[in-house]
Ligand binder design. Structure first.
Ligand code: SAH
Length: 284
């Protein structure tokens, strides 16, 4: 089998920085990611940014179906050439931010597993897009900037704990699988990378009256990280129709001291507070 270096050389690949192209060279890491994927013959897999296909072949080996999504037409041509013989692989030329996971799920009557060494400039939008399709996605294994992985898995009172941690952990269990040094890529990124596994829950970690409200509340609570919850909530446009006293009462009912900072609240405390405040909003 060709190594990633062979492919880059044979196809004269010139990495395009604008598309976040940074190819995995390290066969050992590639093997570890594929093994961690635990793909079974029932699995329908979508790979984000398949590039020159270094992960694609391994992922496709055991899968029922693998759909490799790639935006760069030059790389799409390489993928088609390399994977031509594989019946269970489909190359999708296009933008992952427009990719319709629902239709794939319908076609195969199955939930989807998502993989990818994702361009770092679009990692947040990609993650929130996966979250929005979670009814048809089982989970994901993604290579991301290490700092982003640390933010996603962070627990309260940790400096990395923030909006993405809370919003994702309400809907998924998350674990860091491994760190990947910059030297494993060509070209080498300026940042360190890590691989994260996320598994979406059937239901959110707690029952929410409204998911959009929950999202807005978490954002409002962290608006100014070093400020007390009291102040961030008082100043938020989300709650501008609710009297300050009522907000304080909701905090008391939730058992949360308003002098705390958002970064000290657990995901469940955010959920509870969101439900109480949304009730006030409805009944005012
Ligand atoms: N998986 C390969 C390539 C990773 S680099 C490897 O590990 O070696 C990221 C890849 O995502 C590049 O191939 C880039 O062209 C592709 N890409 C960038 N933006 C994209 C988008 N919006 N949708 C789909 N693919 C994209």
């Amino acid at each position: 089998m060709d190594t990633p270096k062979d492919i880059i050389k044979n196809y004269h690949v010139k990495p395009r920085k604008k598309l976040g192209q940074s190819f995995l060279l390290d066969q050992n890491i590639i093997g570890k990611i594929v093994t961690a994927a635990h793909i079974t013959p029932q699995d329908v897999v979508v790979e984000i940014g398949a590039g020159i296909g270094v992960l694609t072949e391994g992922l496709a080996q055991n899968a029922r179906k693998l759909i490799a999504v790639e935006l760069d037409k030059n790389l799409v041509a390489i993928l088609q050439d390399k994977l031509a013989g594989r019946e269970n692989v489909e190359i999708h030329s296009g933008d992952i931010m427009k990719f319709d996971f629902n239709s794939v799920s319908n076609t195969y009557n199955s939930k989807i597993k998502v993989f990818g060494n994702v361009p770092y400039n679009i990692s947040s939008p990609v993650i929130f897009r996966l979250l929005s399709f979670r009814s048809v996605i089982d989970g994901f294994i993604l290579m991301l900037q290490k700092e982003v992985v640390e933010r996603l898995v962070a627990v309260p009172n940790n400096k990395s704990y923030g909006i993405p941690s809370v919003l994702l952990q309400m809907f998924a269990s998350l674990e860091k699988i491994l760190d990947v040094p910059a030297t494993c890529f060509y070209p080498q990124p300026k940042v360190e990378s890590a691989v994260i596994r996320g598994t979406f829950f059937e239901e959110p970690a707690m029952k929410l009256s409204g998911e959009a409200f929950f999202t807005s509340l978490v954002k409002a609570a962290f608006a100014q990280r070093r400020k007390m919850l009291n102040n961030n909530l008082k100043n938020s446009s989300l709650l501008s129709d609710i009297e300050e006293e009522k907000i304080k009462e909701a905090l008391v009912s939730a058992g949360i001291d308003g002098r705390r900072r958002a970064e000290t609240l657990s995901v469940a405390e955010f959920g509870n507070l969101s439900n109480l405040l949304q009730d006030l909003e409805k009944n005012k």
